[in-house]
Design a protein around this ligand. Structure first.
Ligand code: BGC
Ligand code: BGC
Length: 455
């Protein structure tokens, strides 16, 4: 595939702390909700935990060298709050800051832009014990933590991303039982939505107060894209997308969101000042995109009453239908047109922000092969095909006027895939979990050549 992206287009890869670091008890890190959750029997698919993961806390140099070989312009990684603020007393842990400073400085030596995610789901357990995202105190704690990180890393960071996928951090984590803390409260997750929006704004303000406009500010969302019945799609768009984007980018919740959740949520947890705080200027909106959904209205009534666990409270009368194939190893459909449609729609609605694809990639059943000369390889042709088709869709959106400035492949490495543990491989680098040996997959080599051939 010819690379016709502009010269200044940013190519990168992405990871997240709990998925790669391991070393959960080292250098003063405190437990996070993911440590607690993954150690709860039955919570993850095969009982896997992130205790070791890809051991990147120790192998970070080797991993950053991979990035250098790949020739990326930027690396998106997350900072673990449990390493920086390991106790509720507000005193930063110097060893945690040292670790991320080494990463940032090594990236800069390689000429790779650090794109930091401040919160990728690893909430300190002590905050959860006080109510977690259901308690607005958590939002303020995140703001304080952001200030601590900004004071140390300051303008060496290219882009500060506050949150990764607040949809997952609220609905999947508090509404359903799929992700930590897995409370399954259904509509009881809506306070988490508001407190995540608040935390986003407090983090932007905290970092901007210290760094000013020398860095870019951002937030990353997955924006579930649904096809099918128009009313169902509209309602899901309100719950999954606009419940976050409207407060952050417009300073208000859509009235229709209140209307469709009437009877299951009174939104009385929104306090004066929350929306002003949530609504901060940002430069870039991060889009995580993997697949699309197909939905229809069922003949179940929506009310009464939704009280049980739900991944999407307010949508009990909507059915998720099987999607057309092919599917990835996650069972997700492959729909590059959905990426194009997502970018066009988001830009149409929020034309004031640039867009970056902060995650896109594919889980495959990768097989490590040992060649006759002892070298190893992974022939992941399906992943290359997936990436080629999604890059082409992104380029079409760019040509059609979307201010798309970058693309981060998920992921640099196979890693701890949350509920699915080590059973699902998203990496362009294969990790042999028995030895921690890294092997570049064919998709790594493809991506390296693709980046090098741009312009
Ligand atoms: C999400 C889908 C998910 C479905 C069922 C929806 O809210 O958008 O990604 O498959 O819930 O869990
Ligand atoms: C998350 C990643 C995750 C990926 C694949 C996104 O929801 O940000 O942490 O590994 O999707 O499921």
């Amino acid at each position: 595939m010819e690379n016709t992206f502009p010269k200044d287009f940013v190519f990168g890869t992405a990871t997240a702390a709990y998925q790669i670091e391991g070393a959960v008890n080292e250098d003063g890190r405190c437990p996070s909700i993911w440590d607690t959750f993954s150690h709860t029997p039955g919570a993850t698919f095969a009982g896997d935990t992130g205790d070791v993961a890809t051991d990147s806390y120790h192998r970070w140099r080797e991993d950053l060298a991979l990035l250098n070989d790949l020739g990326v312009d930027a690396y998106r990684f997350s900072i673990a709050m449990p390493r920086i603020m390991p106790t509720p007393n507000g005193i930063p842990n110097a060893k945690g800051l040292d670790f991320y400073e080494r990463i940032v400085d090594t990236l800069l030596e390689y000429g790779i832009k650090p794109v930091v995610t401040l919160y990728h789901w690893d909430l300190p357990q002590y905050l959860e014990d006080a109510g977690g995202w259901l308690n607005r105190v958590t939002s303020y704690a995140l703001g304080d933590y952001a200030a601590v990180v900004a004071k140390r890393l300051g303008d060496r960071v290219d882009t500060w991303t506050t949150l990764n996928e607040p949809w997952c951090a609220s609905y999947l984590s508090y509404g359903a039982k799929e992700q930590a803390p897995g409370l399954g409260l259904g509509p009881g997750a809506f306070p988490a939505v508001n407190h995540l929006n608040l935390a986003h704004g407090l983090m932007v303000q905290a970092v901007r107060d210290i760094v000013g406009d020398k860095s870019k500010y951002s937030v990353t969302l997955n924006m579930p894209f649904n096809r099918g019945d128009a009313d169902a799609c509209h309602r899901l768009d309100l719950i999954a997308n606009r419940a976050f984007l409207d407060p952050m980018l417009r300073g208000r919740y859509p009235d229709e969101l209140f209307a469709i959740t009437k009877g299951i949520c009174d939104w009385s947890f929104i306090q004066p000042g929350d929306l002003e705080n949530a609504h901060q200027p940002i430069d870039v909106l991060g889009v995580n995109y993997y697949s699309t959904n197909r939905v229809a209205m069922s003949d179940r009534p929506q009310f009464p009453q939704e009280t049980g666990p739900s991944t999407c409270p307010g949508a009990s009368d909507i059915d998720w239908l099987p999607t057309d194939g092919p599917h990835t190893d996650m069972g997700w459909n492959i729909d590059p047109q959905g990426l194009y449609d997502t970018l066009m729609r988001v830009h149409d609605r929020y034309p004031e922000v640039d867009l970056v694809i902060t995650e896109n990639g594919m889980a495959c059943r990768d097989q490590l092969v040992v060649n006759e000369d002892g070298t190893k390889a992974v022939h992941d042709a399906d992943r290359i095909d997936y990436l080629e088709r999604h890059f082409a869709a992104a380029k079409r959106a760019l040509d059609d006027g979307v201010p798309l400035s970058g693309y981060f492949v998920w992921s640099l490495l196979d890693n701890f895939e949350w509920y699915f543990g080590y059973a699902k491989r998203f990496g362009i680098t294969y990790v042999d979990y028995a030895t921690q040996e890294r092997t570049k997959k064919d998709s790594f080599l493809w991506y390296r050549d693709f980046i090098a051939s741009r312009g």
